[in-house]
Design a binder for this molecule. Structure first.
Ligand SMILES: Nc1nc2c(c(=O)[nH]1)N[C@H]1C(S)=C(S)[C@@H](COP(=O)(O)O)O[C@H]1N2
Ligand SMILES: [Mo]
Length: 175
């Protein structure tokens, strides 16, 4: 047998294996668990504070009942309302800041850098028929695989703006 025929034979045996191996890797990437969020960095127009889990637990707690469209289950999340966190970073909720709040949005990011946006108005039950909370518990227990902190909101029809392992909330005012 010529060497080129042998090469073709060897390749025809090896290649399909390599290709199917690569395809399997592409279809089922190794799921490394996300880093746990253990503090929340809250930034309002450049001014940052850090809140530990203990500090969050000491703040007034809010519970929301939501339908999880993925699990098709009703879930009750408990934690701190996002709107209640803003005064802690220097943004008082008073008539003087009302216009500024209408012009502001919050970028909520997880440890895996997944992020979503909320306008401040839609996290304020005084303006919008919904709540957005930084949850630490679901149905009376910790959040399990979702981490220590999870952003959950009540008005969305899909959980895409719920952020697991929430690590930062960054408010920006648009001029
Ligand atoms: N940190 C983080 N949160 C995330 C995501 C993500 O990739 N990272 N995906 C979002 C999307 S697109 C959806 S649909 C839901 C999925 O949540 P589940 O896998 O718990 O159903 O989580 C959201 N929160
Ligand atoms: Mo999603």
């Amino acid at each position: 047998m010529s060497s080129s025929v042998i090469k073709v034979l060897v390749l025809s045996v090896l290649l399909p294996g390599c290709v199917s191996h690569l395809r399997a890797q592409a279809m089922a990437p190794m799921q490394k668990p996300a880093d746990l969020s253990t503090t929340l960095t809250l930034t309002v127009n450049g001014r940052s504070i850090q809140l530990s889990l203990a500090e969050l637990a000491a703040l007034p707690q809010t519970s929301v009942k939501v339908h999880n469209e993925h699990t098709k289950r009703e879930e009750t999340y408990t934690g701190v309302a996002m709107i209640d966190l803003l005064p802690r970073a220097g943004l008082a909720l008073n008539p003087e800041t009302e216009q500024l709040r209408y012009h502001s949005y919050v970028r909520a990011q997880g440890t895996d850098r997944y992020f979503v946006l909320y306008s401040v108005s839609e996290m304020d039950p005084a303006h919008h028929n919904a709540q957005a909370i930084v949850a630490t518990h679901v149905d009376g227990h910790d959040l399990g695989q979702d981490g220590r902190l999870k952003l959950v909101s009540t008005a969305d029809t899909k959980p895409a703006r719920w952020v697991r392992n929430l690590t930062s909330l960054t408010l920006t005012t648009v001029n």
